[in-house]
Ligand binder design. Structure first.
Ligand code: AKG
Length: 284
């Protein structure tokens, strides 16, 4: 499948094989600048230590989808959706959406695997697919992400002395990696160059997301989202939905008990024949 000159199948195959792929110039510069502006003016961040570091030179904004609408179109981009579908299957959801910023003076993170949070024995089928979009140019100097190619298939625990590559890419480019990949944010040894990125992690929709999207994003905010995005943050009619209804219908009318439901004694006293109000077909 080819979308806007990006070979989706080849990108998916590359991620399956070596654990990661880079999509150059995924976003045009004006879109990158619009996201930077929103990140600087709309989004509350926290300052913290990067994983295994102690400098507190890392900025993060978790729960981005509760804080800004400036990235909705990126998450819904049909190229990103097609790649994620190819890597972990079409029933997937947002795990976390974060602003990453590695500031000058930050040291290198320890190598880690994002899929470690779900204790599933290795090797296992891919269930996590991460996308990191560069808002600043990623360079060796400002701490471009370290990746250990092929490590997503390795059964052993992460070894901190392993050789890695650093993903240098221009602002607007995107690196995707499989959740089992050994990786680390790099050291920012520059005097004044930040490394800002937009991180969107996806998982199969039967796992609990790292940040509980259903709680993290207020219902009033979900109501303003494009329907496809609301599906991606967990409002999908899986199994019985909510009392047999599409969760988005429940969100819209606030009827948490199915309007078709009656007490048993009333069903017995009525002549209505049994009708299954659930819909086994999952709607997209
Ligand atoms: O900074 C990066 O490029 C990766 C960061 C990361 O892996 C993390 O914070 O868990």
């Amino acid at each position: 499948m080819v979308i806007q000159s990006l070979d989706i199948d080849a990108t998916v195959a590359t991620i399956a094989k070596q654990g990661y792929a880079v999509v150059e110039e995924f976003l045009p510069k004006p879109e990158v600048e619009a996201i930077r502006e929103a990140f600087n003016t709309e989004v509350m961040i926290t300052q913290q230590n990067g994983l295994g570091t102690d400098r507190s030179r890392t900025w993060r904004a978790h729960n981005l989808l509760a804080k800004t609408r400036a990235i909705d179109h990126v998450i819904l981009d049909e190229r990103l959706r097609a790649i994620v579908n190819g890597v972990i299957g079409k029933y997937n959801q947002i795990n976390i959406a974060d602003l990453f910023n590695t500031l000058p003076g930050e040291t290198k993170q320890v190598f880690h695997q994002d899929d470690l949070l779900w204790p599933i024995p290795r090797p296992h089928p891919s269930f996590l697919c991460n996308a990191l979009i560069a808002i600043d140019d990623f360079t060796v100097g400002n701490g471009a992400t370290h990746l250990v190619p092929y490590s997503h298939t390795w059964p052993q625990a992460v070894d901190q002395h392993v050789d890695s590559i650093q993903v240098e890419m221009s602002a607007g480019s995107m690196v995707l990696w499989e959740g089992g990949m050994w990786h680390a944010g790099g050291a920012n040894t520059t005097a004044d160059q930040e490394r800002m990125g937009l991180f969107v992690s996806h998982q199969v929709s039967y796992l609990r997301p790292q940040e509980i999207q259903l709680l993290a994003i207020p219902p009033e905010v979900v109501k303003t989202m494009p329907k496809k995005l609301a599906r991606l943050v967990g409002y999908h009619p899986f199994g019985v939905g909510v009392d047999g209804r599409d969760p988005l219908d429940v969100l819209a009318d606030g009827k948490f008990i199915n309007p078709d439901a009656k007490l048993a004694r009333d069903w017995r006293n009525s002549n209505t024949s049994y009708r299954d109000v659930t819909n086994p077909e999952r709607k997209e």
